[in-house]
Ligand binder design. Structure first.
Ligand SMILES: Nc1ncnc2c1ncn2[C@@H]1O[C@H](COP(=O)(O)OP(=O)(O)OP(=O)(O)O)[C@@H](O)[C@H]1O
Length: 566
């Protein structure tokens, strides 16, 4: 489809979809509580509505004075309006600043301030907070409020839409008639998206329109996604991809910033009502769904679901096997691997995990994240904690050897624009090409699959000995009373003692010191029998959950734990 889109703006794909299927439903959002039979009423947006409204908002923004390259930060909860506004801003040539509220208030304000936005598009509450903190956002003068505007300046969305219809700003003495949308080329900047911040403060990644095109094309091809599919979008940003692939986004009744707290009953109802055939969610969401169905003895609650996507962290093979039993028999579960800076890089399907790579992972071989997406190039290189400027300074490792992963391709972003000091640590120049160092360690196998062994920054070192998080933790996670574990180093890198912190499953939380001691002994016994872990001699059973990121609910904040241990 990309060849049909003449200009480089990724939002122009909407126009193509709208011309092919104008009346098809682009977005369905619940607008009432579920009835007794589980069915509920939904507000519907067709592809034609979506294209026309985004066009009108974009024209309104341009008529108001918004110019290509201006940065506008989105402070709008995920939903139909979020999707609509992102496309409208892209059509106007704006660089959309996207921040996941799940990163927490402190990081949120800091990231927004560092992104130096020219304005905010937000709900009244967000605009009120922005106004109170205006010294942090000195350049933010173009502000659009959804709903009612109170004591702050700017325009309401309704005024922008009106402007888009009129083609001129009535507030101005000499109304402009120039509401043509700008021409955008693929290399032009489209968005600044923040990393989760699981290894330090979140970094702002610059996406071009070309980055988005490459992501959409690769995802569509590899997962064989077609117009007419219906996606339960439990991971908000996927709703944006759906719209330009002609897929209906069903917005689930859940807090997208707290995927582990989802009510599976609501998902099941939505999937039934819409005969959903695709769903995207984080591993934590699927874990909640699988456990709930287990507890309630629910059999195949998603009979029409044929494509499940789960991203952001490893999905245990056991969860995958159970999830397989909940969806259509011929359904597939994919775990794409990538990062905010480079997505998608690789992918694996559940059958391969269950039959082959999952059992290997349990033995401490790392988590296999699969084979490359088309046009990705990757190398495993010797681990270096400092910057690597050019490709000639890189030492590539042979297959099977653990090192750090670096990648390049059209979906790989070229730089950070917030915390740009981090560019030196992550980017390697190779002529016109930029390689991105993922910050992940692992190895490539004989079938060109990558085996993820954890984050580079989380490895524990003592002299020549290195312990990698994922292969070590797998040995402890295999104990039937363990929910998850974290390898943490006590002391300075190079002189660290490896310590394993254990979060038992809720039902097996030790009630006495003796029970706790018994569990420690069993775990040390397990550790002694595996070469990865036999040098680990300290296991601590926690009496509270391990700290994890809110966005994926699965990335363990090992830095925090290490600080507690020192
Ligand atoms: N399928 C997967 N299996 C295992 N880990 C994954 C998978 N997909 C992503 N990851 C992990 O998530 C990381 C990317 O996450 P993200 O871009 O959200 O930010 P972050 O790297 O956690 O944050 P920061 O870079 O700020 O520390 C990858 O580098 C990898 O460690």
């Amino acid at each position: 489809m990309s060849s049909e889109v003449r200009d480089g703006n990724v939002a122009s794909r909407l126009r193509v979809i709208a011309s092919l299927a104008p009346g098809a439903i682009a977005i369905a959002q619940p607008n009432g509580p579920p009835a007794n039979d589980g069915n509920r009423s939904y507000a519907l947006t067709t592809f034609q509505n979506l294209d026309e409204r985004t066009e009108r908002i974009a024209r309104g923004l341009v008529a108001w004075g918004i110019r290509p390259g201006m940065r506008l930060a989105m402070l709008v909860p995920f939903g139909a309006q979020f999707i609509e506004l992102v496309f409208a801003l892209l059509k106007a040539g704006v660089i959309v600043v996207l921040i996941d509220p799940g990163i927490g208030r402190k990081h949120l304000v800091k990231c927004l301030s560092d992104a130096r936005p020219d304005g905010f598009v937000g709900i009244p509450k967000a605009q009120a907070i922005r106004t109170l903190l205006r010294h942090r956002f000195p350049t933010a003068t173009w502000n659009v409020t959804l709903g009612r505007r109170y004591f702050w300046g700017g325009k309401t969305l309704d005024q922008i839409i009106q402007l888009g219809a009129d083609g001129a700003d009535k507030d101005q003495s000499s109304p402009r008639k120039t509401t043509a949308l700008p021409t955008i080329n693929r290399p032009d900047p489209a968005a600044i998206i923040f990393t989760t911040g699981s290894t330090g403060p979140p970094k702002g990644v610059l996406y071009s329109h070309g980055t988005f095109h490459a992501q959409i094309d690769r995802i569509r091809e590899r997962y064989d996604i077609h117009r007419g599919s219906r996606d339960l979008a439990c991971f908000p940003l996927f709703g944006l991809f759906d719209a330009v692939m002609g897929v209906t986004t069903i917005i689930p009744d859940m807090d997208p910033t707290r995927p582990a707290d989802v009510d599976p009953q609501r998902l099941i109802e939505a999937a039934r009502q819409w005969e959903v055939d695709q769903a995207f969610g984080s591993p934590a969401l699927w874990n909640t769904v699988v456990r709930w169905c287990d507890q309630h003895a629910v059999k195949q609650p998603f009979p029409t679901l044929r494509r499940v996507l789960s991203a952001g962290a490893p999905v245990p093979a056991a969860t995958m096997a159970k999830l397989r039993g909940l969806i259509a028999e011929d359904g597939e579960i994919f775990t794409p691997y990538g990062a905010t800076e480079a997505l998608p890089i690789a992918s694996i399907e559940s059958r391969e995990v269950i039959a082959e790579t999952g059992p290997a992972a349990i033995k401490g071989k790392g988590v296999c994240v699969g084979t490359r997406f088309q046009d990705v190039r990757w190398k495993v290189i010797e681990i270096d904690d400092g910057p690597i400027e050019t490709i000639d300074q890189v030492t590539e490792l042979p297959k099977g050897k653990i090192g750090e992963l670096m990648v390049t391709g059209p979906m790989v972003t070229r730089k950070y624009v917030v915390r740009s000091d981090q560019n030196a640590m992550h980017k390697v120049i190779d002529g016109d090409t930029v390689w991105h160092r993922m910050g992940d360690v692992g190895y490539l196998d004989a079938n060109d699959r990558f085996w993820f062994c954890g984050r580079k920054a989380h490895r524990v070192r003592n002299g020549k000995k290195t312990w990698y998080t994922v292969p070590c933790e797998a040995i402890f996670n295999a104990h039937e009373h363990v929910y998850r574990s974290a390898l943490v180093g006590r002391g300075q890198p190079g002189h660290q003692t490896p310590v394993i912190l254990i979060e038992p499953l809720r039902e097996f939380w030790p009630k006495t010191n003796q029970e706790s001691q018994r569990l420690v002994e069993q775990l040390l016994d397990l550790a002694a029998r595996n070469p990865n872990t036999r040098t680990i001699q300290e296991v601590i059973i926690r009496d509270e959950p391990l700290p994890v990121d809110i966005r994926h609910n699965s990335k363990i904040f090992r830095e925090k734990l290490a600080a507690e241990l020192q």
